[in-house]
Design a protein around this ligand. Structure first.
Ligand code: P6P
Length: 333
């Protein structure tokens, strides 16, 4: 029988059946994140009309002015999950400290990390932005009030991760370890419809994505790699850099290629955050057949030391990431 469109709920329920031990906690969490993203999508898509563009007169932990939509998206993500009884705590780019579940709600065994609206500096110029999320389990035996220590887990411990891109269409891409799946929001019915089942990043691509304004601050191997890509490689590459991590990542996932935000002499650890940006995207890319490294080790093997720790990120098609690593290891000069 020809199946109708698969919406997110149906997909999650069918996937849940594939894991007899699944308790449905996941399904509820992902559904709730999806709900929050629909509200964020609505606000992002009307930001130009309603006067919510501009600064929220507050700054986040990194000293960056919070756009009103940043603050709004953060609130929607928290509200979508805090009452479910599935989480014991959350961590967000927009909150200095661990976000506790309000005491009137039951606690669960999961931890959620998220960047509620990455690339928000692009809101005013109508460039695609995104939400990035990851779900961990609280480590066995940990009791008491959740704290930073609960989040100091390597990305290998992620149990589900994904992102939402607010672009020409709104798409949610997520994985729970059984493939990477993309759902496109049909705003006429407010449903995410399965549009990209079992996404795989091409083994190699023709796109490299890096802010070349930082060229003179990079280390030598990074400069050599970019020179290789531009001038001496055996294939024609093209440069694409949107300056919005989720948008650059999503394009490379679909078309192949490599995104790099390396450390440099000014920002040794780069700009991107390990816990709620690099690790969830590294989980996605590995499940899609790609790679993610900080130039020394796999992103997913890094144990965070602080909640908002920065980490260099080189992520995308295996061939390009492995070539970058050869330069870093001195195997290519
Ligand atoms: P740069 C956006 O501000 C962001 O956090 C990421 O979404 C993006 O990849 C990066 O910064 C762009 O940084 O220094 O190239 O402007």
């Amino acid at each position: 029988m020809e199946k109708g469109a698969t919406n997110l709920n149906r997909f999650l329920i069918e996937e849940q059946r594939a894991f007899p031990e699944a308790t449905g906690d996941f399904t509820m969490l992902i559904e709730s994140i999806a709900f929050a993203s629909k509200i964020i999508s609505r606000e992002v898509n009307k930001a130009g009309i309603v006067n919510i563009i501009g600064k929220a007169q507050s700054v986040n932990v990194h000293g960056e002015e919070q756009q009103k939509l940043d603050v709004y998206a953060d609130r929607k993500m928290i509200e979508a999950m805090d009452h479910l009884g599935k989480l014991c705590a959350m961590a967000s780019e927009e909150n200095d400290e661990v976000i506790q579940v309000p005491k009137e709600y039951p606690k669960g065994k999961y931890l959620a990390v998220f960047d509620p609206l990455d690339g928000s500096s692009n809101i005013d110029v109508n460039i695609s932005i995104g939400t990035i999320f990851g779900i961990y389990k609280r480590q066995d035996g940990e009791t008491g009030t959740p704290c930073c220590k609960d989040f100091m887990q390597p990305g290998r411990k992620i149990v589900a991760a994904g992102y939402v891109i607010y672009g020409s269409s709104t798409m949610m891409v997520y994985s729970a370890g059984n493939g990477v799946h993309g759902f496109t929001l049909d705003p006429s019915i407010g449903e995410y419809i399965l549009s990209h089942p079992y996404m795989k990043i091409p083994e190699t691509g023709k796109i490299y994505s890096i802010n070349e304004a930082n060229y003179h601050k990079w280390d030598e191997p990074t400069r050599k790699f970019v020179e290789h890509i531009k001038n001496h490689s055996e294939r024609e590459y093209t440069a694409r850099y949107i300056g919005s991590l989720v948008a650059d990542f999503h394009r490379n996932l679909l078309k192949g290629g490599v995104f790099l935000y390396p450390g440099d002499e000014k920002n040794k650890r780069g700009k991107l955050r390990l816990l709620y940006e690099c690790a969830p995207l590294a989980y996605i890319i590995e499940n899609a057949g790609g790679m993610a490294t900080n130039g020394v080790q796999d992103i997913l093997d890094i144990v965070p030391e602080t909640l908002h720790q920065k980490e260099p990120l080189i992520i995308g098609s295996k061939y390009e990431v492995e070539t970058y690593l050869k330069y870093q290891r001195g195997e290519l000069k």
